[in-house]
Design a protein around this ligand. Structure first.
Ligand code: EPU
Length: 295
């Protein structure tokens, strides 16, 4: 593997939309399958557990040294788009949602407009089954491929991904390619719909803030944002972290916030929602701490 692609150490705060996070033991950004295999061998030789990073847009990462390696799937070799049918595409896992949407607008491919305004890579969106306006990634994805250093490329059909509301069984796997099936639509209509969704999202959510999106999942039949708003959290601040004054289910890094600032806010939000309204809130964002086992 070329030395330039193994930067050691790199602070994850530079690679997450929260702008929070310390140094992993090893950081690799493979350009292709050969380098990906070499990265995995390196982790195996050094006996290092690893986490897979995509767009870093749904992540709270621990400060300071982190006892794992990070494999960042975002290099150009994993960020391509290939048309394989009238409205079917195969895309590299590291392709950014914004770039994919621009391609869809140009080519007149409809069905993904609901993702307008949501950051991150296609693989991250799939692993978290991201969505908006009652739609989610599982509705447009047909299959995906992951890479395993013993099995090589492994195909998984959408039915086997365990997709649910903001969840899947794919966490921790190295997704490398995704097949998406859309429908032919006029480019003007695709662009108009995407713009409408983006405007609607920007009206409700703090789009330009340093955040990781919605912090908690919506409990069945309820809105976490509304629950936290009723509890009086809009604008509440701990250190450099503040609950958005616009939407109470967003925490924003407004002044070099630490992981601890965010965790304290999360704890207060959870406890008050439980004590005042009897609502149990489940984290939507992923937390990579030295202790956490989840990928
Ligand atoms: N509301 C309040 N106060 C607040 C926030 C919201 O009263 O502080 C009210 C709103 O007025 C609205 C209701 O709560 O009546 C729902 O709020 P909103 O329309 O903003 O949607 P949401 O349920 O908070 C969900 C997803 C978003 C997705 C939007 C649009 C979750 C946890 N959130 O937000 O996804 O973009 O719908 O469809 O599923 C994400 O997953 O990170 C995310 C942001």
């Amino acid at each position: 593997m070329k030395q330039t692609r193994t930067q050691d150490p790199v602070a994850l705060k530079r690679l997450t939309t929260f702008h929070i996070g310390g140094q992993p033991l090893l950081y690799v950004r493979p350009e292709n399958y050969i380098e990906l295999r070499a990265s995995l061998s390196l982790c195996r030789r050094r006996n290092l557990p690893f986490r897979v990073l995509g767009g870093g847009s749904n992540l709270l990462v621990g400060d300071g040294p982190l006892p794992f390696a990070v494999i960042h799937v975002c290099a150009p070799g994993f960020a391509w788009i290939k048309r394989i049918g009238p409205a079917t595409m195969k895309v590299g896992a590291g392709i950014r949602m914004r770039r994919l949407l621009r391609y869809c607008e140009r080519e007149g491919l409809g069905g993904l407009e609901f993702m307008a305004g949501i950051p991150g890579t296609i693989a991250g969106a799939l692993v978290g089954n991201a969505g908006a306006w009652g739609r989610s990634m599982g509705q447009v994805i047909r299959r995906a491929w992951r890479f395993d250093d013993e099995l090589g490329k492994v195909e998984t059909p959408v039915e086997d991904m365990g997709l649910g509301y903001r969840t899947s069984r794919l966490g921790g796997l190295i997704i490398t390619e995704v097949e998406i099936e859309l429908e032919p639509r006029s480019p003007e209509l695709v662009a108009r719909m995407a713009r409408r969704y983006a405007i609607e999202k920007a009206r409700r959510h703090p789009m330009n803030a340093r955040s990781a999106g919605c912090v908690f999942k919506n409990p069945p039949g309820l809105s976490a944002g509304k629950v936290l708003d009723i509890c009086g959290f809009k604008g509440v601040r701990v250190g450099g972290a503040q609950v958005s004054p616009v939407h109470a289910n967003f925490i924003c890094n407004i002044a070099d916030a630490s992981e601890e600032d965010v965790l304290q806010l999360i704890d207060r939000m959870r406890r008050k929602a439980h004590d005042v309204l009897g609502v149990d809130l489940e984290l939507e964002i992923k937390h990579w701490s030295p202790e956490s086992k989840v990928a």
